[in-house]
Write a new protein. Structure first.
Lengths: 395, 441
């Protein structure tokens, strides 16, 4: 690396790629810089490590998501006897292009932006880039994912100053962009189960009676006084399916088990705030219990019992990986309780009482992203007032 | 006598601690120097020229704004050099000792403020707000004295005090005359100190429990418009000594510690002594060492041909960079790569084991991402992260409201160590304080 360094410094032939070079060098080797002023020793932790820990926490959900893509596909074409490896391989082939597109577009923009500002490439997109494939429905055309990723990285992140400066969660903005720009591709029967073959794998005819709607989608259109949730072949669905994750949905969000493994890692390493994570679940439970106490056929989601409510859709995934984004969330301890609780409440509120959006988690988190600074402001104000009172009482 | 329990903070256990409390006497220094940067807030105006003779305790320079504030020579000798840097900034004033013990004696019957200013001991004290040398004429609300140092590898101040312990009482008496409030002394659990006349508080908890600012914030915080003085017990004893004997003692004991020191020990020498004398036979691999006057968190980096800086009772020598080509350190699973966070595997080996640290930053500077890192390292009722943001954005009102009057850069040293985003917090705080001071005057 040191040999080729001069090419990339100002004046070198490849000076335009200086940021890329720095990015690669600091990726491969721990920066050699020693402290000039201030403390002489530093903790070994840096943002790269923090981000990579989140990526590691996402891996169970990612692997299970791949398997479930295959599982749902082979179920739909009537070949559910296929082995798990075939299913996983199919899912891998189906999801890999989305991951590649997400990273290529996002990192491409980050690299260019870093070079324009002559800054080091920052690692924020490491996490965003893996979150996007996990929350975008599998049947979304790649070009849509590319456009949405570009939109989110440029307008939700770079215009605010890059990693650590954004107001809204970048991955969620990507999904929200898709959701509002191409609503027909984001819900209904076609979105969540991949039906065509992936790189030639898994050819077959769709069985009659196939319906690809997610459980929450089914709930939203439920008619009558009792709920009927089925799998994609019309067979009844159990709560266990939702906990294990054998239901249609965005790749990362279906399995509670995989998500909770990730949550355990995030909480153990202290990367995510347990205050936010727990209070999202508490808020969600409280609100679901409330709406469940007042069931109504007009709002069929109110008939779901609170625990099933939290197991379905993106609630758990959002609570563990999205709400806990420290950059867009509340930063004071008390603020984190309020922020998390309100995310839980709003997610269920939107799910139940707004039939246009069967999934409320995305909008709830984005809404609270906007309010997080206000919550912090109120918490910090109490400290300011306390200090002012102390000063006044002395005079 | 109250006991204050502090939960926040961190004790860092470094390799290179002293295991034998004997004090070794260094040989007489070849050269002695005063470094004006050690006395923040003072703009030097020279009183002595190069080549002139100066006695121990005789002023070398005074402050531009308050002429009464004097900085004195620690030894008797000839002013060898007034070393200037950029824009004629005085980097150091070096003196060649003549070996005589000629010392200025002061008439201590005069008002105590006058005596302190002239003796050169005034500049050893600090005031809050701003963490500067106290401004004469501003009566402090209280005086806070710390009797222990909780920093990594820090010396035991009881040993540094030695027989100067007898002057503590007198020092308290003098300082009580200068404030309408109290003289507070912060001690560690189990530390015995004869401090009649002062209010003694025991502090239990990790570093920065020994910082005067932390002690003040947990006993009687500084409000807007108030001033407090802070110092350590050694300075207090020197003040007592001055008012007992009429002379200031410039002898000092320093702890020489750190991984690169062969036999860590206490060394008795003179303030400002040249490091070649102090560190004789102590370091072998100078090229790959970093010499720090003070501790690894708040000390200043010095070269081996420079001097022991006056305010410090501690020298730490650590490796500069012991792994220049660490491959993908961010992915490391080695328990020996120290981190207080569980994203690394240090916790497997235990955080109490002494660790080896070099001076690498181990990461690039980033925006503040992780939450609560600073708060966990600052045992004060302050929203540290919001205060840092207010300082960075230059918002004077917010800085005041969030409590900048209570803090000094040293209070943020631990947060700077732990910071994932690798921001220079002490530097940021220092700039904020200077800016506020300029704005207020």
């Amino acid at each position: 690396m040191n040999k080729i360094e001069p090419t990339f410094r100002p004046g070198g032939t490849l000076a335009k790629l200086e940021s890329v070079y720095d990015g690669m060098e600091t990726f491969l080797f721990t920066p050699n810089t020693t402290s000039r002023s201030g403390v002489h020793i530093h903790d070994g932790n840096d943002l790269k490590r923090t981000m990579i820990t989140v990526v590691a926490a996402l891996i169970p959900a990612l692997l299970f998501g791949m398997y479930n893509i295959g599982y749902q596909h082979y179920l739909a074409i009537g070949q559910s006897h296929e082995g798990w490896f075939t299913m996983f391989l199919y899912g891998l082939l189906a999801l890999l292009p989305v991951i590649v597109v997400s990273y290529a577009v996002g990192l491409g923009i980050e690299f260019i932006s870093a070079q324009i500002h002559h800054k080091e490439i920052q690692e924020g997109f490491l996490v965003t880039g893996i979150l996007i494939p996990l929350i975008v429905p599998i049947n979304t055309p790649l070009w849509m994912t590319a456009v949405a990723t570009a939109f989110a990285v440029i307008f939700a992140k770079e215009v605010f100053g890059g990693t650590g400066m954004n107001i809204f969660n970048v991955a969620l903005i990507t999904r929200a962009f898709l959701f509002f720009a191409y609503p027909s591709r984001m819900s209904g029967d076609e979105a969540f189960v991949k039906l065509d073959s992936a790189f030639g794998m898994g050819r077959g005819t769709i069985l009659d009676g196939f319906t690809g709607a997610t459980p929450l989608g089914q709930v939203a259109t439920n008619v009558g006084d009792s709920l009927h949730m089925t799998n994609i072949l019309g067979e009844p669905m159990s709560a266990m399916d939702a906990i294990l994750g054998f239901i249609p949905g965005s790749p990362g969000e279906t399995s509670m088990i995989a998500i909770l493994i990730g949550a355990a890692l995030l909480l153990f390493t202290g990367v995510a705030s347990w205050r936010i994570m727990c209070s999202v679940f508490v808020g969600g439970l409280a609100m679901s219990a409330l709406v469940h106490a007042l069931p109504s056929a007009t709002y069929p989601a109110s008939m779901l019992d609170p625990v099933t409510q939290l197991c379905l859709g993106g609630f758990a995934f959002g609570a563990v990986f999205m709400a806990t984004d420290p950059v867009t969330g509340a930063r004071t301890k008390i603020g984190q309780y309020i922020y998390g609780f309100l995310i839980g409440v709003f997610a269920i509120l939107i799910r139940v009482y707004n039939s246009g959006y069967p999934e409320g988690m995305m909008l709830a988190i984005l809404l609270m992203n906007a309010f997080a600074p206000l919550i912090d402001h109120c918490v910090v104000s109490s400290n300011i007032k306390r200090r002012a009172r102390r000063a006044a009482s002395k005079e | 006598m109250a006991t204050v329990r502090l939960k926040k903070g961190l004790d860092i256990h470094l390799v290179g601690d002293i295991d034998d409390n004997a004090i070794v006497a260094a040989t007489a220094p070849q050269s002695v120097a005063v470094v004006p940067d050690d006395f923040h807030g003072i703009i030097p105006r020279m009183e002595k020229k190069e080549g002139e003779h100066v006695a121990a305790g005789e002023p070398l320079y005074h402050d531009k704004n308050y002429e009464a504030i004097k900085v004195v020579s620690p030894v008797s000798g000839i002013v060898k050099e007034v070393r200037r840097g950029e824009r004629r900034h005085i980097d150091a004033i070096s003196i060649t000792p003549d070996g005589s013990n000629e010392t200025v004696a002061l008439d201590t019957k005069r008002p105590a403020t006058e005596v302190l200013l002239e003796s050169g001991l005034w500049v050893m004290m600090r005031q809050r707000p701003y963490d500067i040398v106290p401004i004469p004429g501003e009566k402090p609300r209280d005086v806070f004295v710390t009797a222990f140092d909780s920093a990594p590898l820090a010396p035991d101040l009881n040993l540094v005090l030695g027989d100067k312990r007898q002057y503590i009482k007198k020092g308290i008496e003098v300082l009580k005359g200068l404030t309408d409030g109290k003289v507070y002394i912060g001690v560690r659990e189990g530390q015995e100190i004869d401090a009649s006349g002062a209010e003694v508080n025991t502090f239990v908890g990790p570093h920065p429990a020994g910082n005067t600012g932390v002690q003040a914030a947990n006993v009687a915080p500084v409000n807007k418009g108030e001033t407090i003085w802070t110092m350590d017990i050694v300075t207090l004893a020197r003040i007592g000594e001055l008012f007992t004997t009429g002379k200031v003692s410039h002898d000092t004991v320093v702890a020489v510690t750190g991984e690169m020191v062969q036999r860590p020990c206490y060394i008795s020498t003179v303030m400002g002594a040249d490091l070649e004398t102090v560190l004789k036979n102590q370091t072998t691999n100078l090229a790959q060492s970093r010499i720090i006057c003070g501790n690894v968190l708040t000390g200043v980096k010095v070269e081996s041909n420079q001097w022991l800086r006056a305010p410090y009772r501690h020298i730490t020598v650590i490796p500069e960079n012991n792994d220049p080509d660490e491959f993908m350190g961010w992915a490391s699973l080695r328990p020996s790569r120290f981190s207080i966070y569980r994203t690394f595997t240090t916790w497997l080996g235990g955080l109490k084991k002494p660790v080896s640290f070099d001076s690498r930053i181990k990461g690039g500077e980033r925006a503040i991402v992780r939450t609560g890192e600073y708060d966990a390292m600052l045992p004060m009722d302050i929203y540290a992260e919001f205060l840092i943001k207010a300082i960075i954005s230059g918002d004077i009102d917010k800085m005041e409201q969030l409590g900048i009057y209570e803090i000094a850069p040293e209070d943020f040293a631990l947060a700077e160590f732990a910071d994932t985003s690798k921001l220079e917090l002490q530097h940021i705080v220092r700039e904020g304080l200077d800016r506020l001071r300029a704005e207020m005057s």
